[in-house]
Design a protein around this ligand. Structure first.
Ligand code: MIC
Ligand code: SF4
Length: 641
């Protein structure tokens, strides 16, 4: 039987398990990346494991999420990360060098290798044929220490592309089309391989936009073949030696095949508040726009920025629109400056922001109240922009630039001829903003610098045999980690301070939750389908742990969040019968007995003491996951080993 691209990489990296869909496999990890918002915690965890040097081929620590430094907190985090990186053999990408995924794609990713990153958009490097996955910080810490990364062997989906994109339609529209077809739950448990003749028409940055946004499908990752286009991109980055060709076998077996004819696609738009709420731009054209933001790890490549510059050239943006541009990396920004495109962008009236995540994670540039914001980003969850009643729409750079000019949602095809751009055959390579670690011989003398904002890890304890807790919070379907542990400029500086962060837990859903959870002592949360979608932030598990959450009972879970809960020693139970969700209410007293035996058997009974009813739960975990839960999480489990 032939193999898919992902199966080929998995086969070469398999440490244990078998490539049987649905069973647990362990993978050797070649590269890791972290960003600052999840990195501080990941490195605290890495230090707790007690390994003197990272054991990966390459590990990079990026600073890109919180670069505002509105107070000492983040500056302290950055210095901590820099010092840890230097000591333990990790490259440090300075703030300003760019967004982790964009920089990693440009400078470090390699076809055929494995990468995990403490950020859910790590699949971006799937655009050059890497098996790249988002993970919790603790999993990244373990991988840096030489440990394997455990996943459930995913199903294999294939998207067959034919044709070629029409003018004014771009990779973002392909992402939105697949979200329209599959929804934010449709990729859960699957790896999505992009293939077919149409692939050849897509450049690496376009492919990376598509693999980046595969995260919004809930997919384990997305991957493109490594072909001539990949070779040319790596050669232009001065690293052709990193190229290896990679394609699936003709008789590879897929669980689902989806056909998309690129030439039939139109400009699309994801409406508030979900990336899968997709419409045609032409359907809602005319809606007044207040703000346009161009950037983020989805659409900040030189290709995207040159396109925007060409559309804006010689024109002025509408008076009523505020336009921000954040190039994805220093390389992109300098290339824009060198060729004069930056002047075209600025002359049109744009505001230039740093090469960082910025508005995507609510770090400034929040929309006006009730405002309409068009963003080339990947997530438009409620409140994520920092303005809870704003309407955030996700669009391509073409649609964003068109709206900036007209002040309305505009089908860009009405703007006339699609301006041509050409990408350089050689990028200006300057890695001076990546600081190399100390040599192994010098490492011992390098001090680790920890400021007062860096608090220790919340305490975990071995699993008792019984949970008696209150149902402190009941939430609906598709709860994101932005609901559980919001980010944004006010909160992000405290990513290394769990006690402080806990004050904002579930603030989007119910501001009283933290106090009520503390008063209850022990809490069970009840959720709907796809609980924990979105970000990889393990804070969405560590903060509940700190607040006394013992278990989450939901209709289904998103992959990374379920892993993060287990890593934190919190049990993710699923309802045996989803209808039981309706029988439980906030405030009920709950009991789950015989936990150890239940976990061994894969089934538990939740007793609602208040109502006098029993609800069957499913808890089928692998042996390793059970051991982790018994030990109280991944850290105590790793130390036990
Ligand atoms: C996001 O896009 O939500 C983030 C911020 O990049 C997160 C990571 C984080 O919460 O720090 C992600 O996607 O994993
Ligand atoms: Fe940064 Fe936004 Fe990308 Fe997350 S999605 S890594 S916040 S740019």
């Amino acid at each position: 039987m032939g193999l898919t691209i992902a199966e080929k990489i998995i086969q070469r990296h398999l440490v244990s398990g078998e490539m049987i869909r649905g069973s647990e496999i362990a993978l050797r990890i070649d590269q890791t990346l972290t960003q600052d918002a999840t990195g501080t915690m990941a490195y605290i965890e890495f230090e707790a494991i007690g390994v003197p040097r990272v054991k990966t081929e390459l590990s990079v620590a990026y600073i890109d999420h919180n670069t505002l430094q509105s107070g000492f907190e983040n500056a302290d985090d950055h210095i901590y990360i820099q010092s840890v990186a230097k000591k333990y053999g990790i490259r440090f990408s300075r703030p300003g060098n760019g967004i982790c995924h964009q920089v990693h794609l440009e400078r470090f990713g390699k076809p055929g290798k494995t990468l995990i990153g403490s950020d859910s958009h790590t699949p971006t490097c799937g655009g050059i044929g890497m098996l790249a996955m988002g993970a919790g910080g603790m999993d990244v810490a373990v991988a840096m220490g030489g440990g394997a990364y455990y996943i459930t062997m995913p199903k294999m989906y294939k998207v067959n592309l034919t044709g070629r994109l029409s003018p004014w339609v771009s990779a973002k529209d392909v992402s939105l089309e697949i979200l329209r077809i599959l929804s934010v739950k449709g990729g859960v448990g699957a790896i999505i391989e992009w293939g077919g003749e149409g692939v050849k028409t897509l450049s690496v940055p376009e492919r990376a936009t598509i693999t980046n946004m595969g995260t919004e499908l809930g997919a384990t990752t997305s991957i493109f073949p490594s072909d001539e286009v990949t070779r040319e991109f790596l050669a232009a980055q001065g690293r052709e030696e990193d190229f290896t060709p990679l394609e699936s076998d003709p008789d590879a077996v897929y669980d689902r095949v989806i056909d998309i004819d690129l030439s039939t696609l139109e400009p699309l738009i994801a409406c508030p508040h979900s990336p899968d709420n997709v419409k045609r731009v032409s359907e809602i054209a005319g809606t007044k726009v207040d703000q346009v933001c161009i950037g983020s790890c989805t659409n900040s490549s030189l290709r995207d920025m040159l396109r925007v510059a060409a559309i804006l050239k010689g024109k002025k943006i509408a008076d009523s629109v505020s336009l921000s541009i954040s190039p994805g990396s220093k390389q992109v920004l300098t290339a824009l400056a060198d060729c004069g495109a930056l002047t075209d962008i600025l002359s049109a009236g744009a505001r230039l922001l740093e090469c960082a995540c910025g508005p995507c994670i609510g770090m400034g540039f929040s929309p006006n109240s009730g405002g309409v914001s068009l963003r080339t980003f990947n997530r438009n969850f409620e409140g994520r922009s920092g303005t809870s009643d704003a309407g955030v729409y996700l669009v391509s750079p073409e649609v964003a630039a068109a709206a900036a000019l007209t002040g309305k949602i505009t089908d860009p095809r009405t703007l006339g001829e699609y301006p041509k751009i050409s990408l350089p055959s050689e990028y200006r390579v300057d890695d001076s903003a990546v600081i190399m670690p100390a040599s192994a011989a010098d490492a011992e003398r390098v001090p680790v610098i920890k400021g007062p904002n860096i608090k220790s890890f919340p305490e975990t304890a071995p699993l008792p045999d019984e949970i008696e807790a209150s149902l402190t919070l009941k939430v609906g379907d598709n709860i994101t980690t932005d609901h559980i542990m919001p980010a944004g400029a006010k909160i992000l500086p405290y990513r290394s301070n769990i006690p402080h962060l806990s004050k904002f837990c579930f603030a989007v859903c119910d501001e009283t939750f933290p106090e009520r959870a503390k008063a209850a002592g022990k809490t069970v949360i009840v959720g709907g389908a796809n609980y924990g979608q979105g970000s990889s932030r393990e804070h969405a598990a560590l903060v509940p742990l700190y607040l006394g959450v013992k278990a989450v009972v939901a209709k289904s879970f998103a992959r990374i969040h379920a892993a993060n809960l287990i890593n934190a020693g919190i049990i993710p139970f699923t309802f045996a019968d989803g209808d039981d969700y309706d029988r439980l209410d906030e405030g009920d007293a709950l009991k789950i007995e015989n936990l150890h035996a239940s976990l061994e058997n894969g089934a538990a009974t939740l007793v609602d003491v208040t109502k006098g009813i029993s609800v069957p739960l499913v808890c089928t975990f692998t042996e390793r996951q059970r051991k982790m839960l018994f030990a109280g999480g991944l850290l105590p489990y790793t130390k036990e080993q």
